[in-house]
Design a protein around this ligand. Structure first.
Ligand code: MN
Length: 135
């Protein structure tokens, strides 16, 4: 179980208001902190200026989509000393095999198809947290 004294800090990058509300409600109920970015460009800026544990990334967004934002984040990490790698979970209605591959190729670590159930998001969060030694 996660340590509630140091809750995970999660960045949600999502442009759709209903999807925002749903994800925020699910993550808060799990006891984690959540910050919102309304598109990939804002998400990239928030990644640069804050410290998050996990990113939930939509794909289709204005200004900058989730594929571009993920590539930009991985490029920034590649330039850093120490080789940091923030877990990024794609959360998208684009659920074909090619879509999954595009997300994986861009540097995303997990994939969750919308619509999803609360426990499915929890499982993905716990899976990457365990894999990357966050919890
Ligand atoms: Mn979208």
């Amino acid at each position: 179980m996660p340590d509630m004294n140091t809750p995970l800090k999660i960045l949600l990058v999502e442009d759709n208001e209903l999807n925002q509300k749903f994800a925020i409600a699910v993550v808060r109920k799990l006891g984690y902190q959540i910050d919102l970015a309304e598109n990939g460009l804002i998400g990239l800026e928030k990644f640069k200026s804050n410290k998050y544990d996990i990113i939930l990334m939509d794909i289709q967004m204005p200004e900058m989509n989730g594929i571009e934002a993920t590539k930009a984040i991985r490029q920034i990490e590649a330039l850093e000393a120490g080789g940091s790698h923030i877990p990024i979970i794609a959360v998208t209605a684009f659920a074909l095999e090619q879509d999954r591959k595009n997300c994986s190729d861009a540097g995303m670590d997990e994939f969750l198809a919308k619509p999803y159930k609360p426990h499915e998001l929890e499982q993905k969060i716990l899976a990457v947290a365990q894999r990357f030694g966050i919890l």
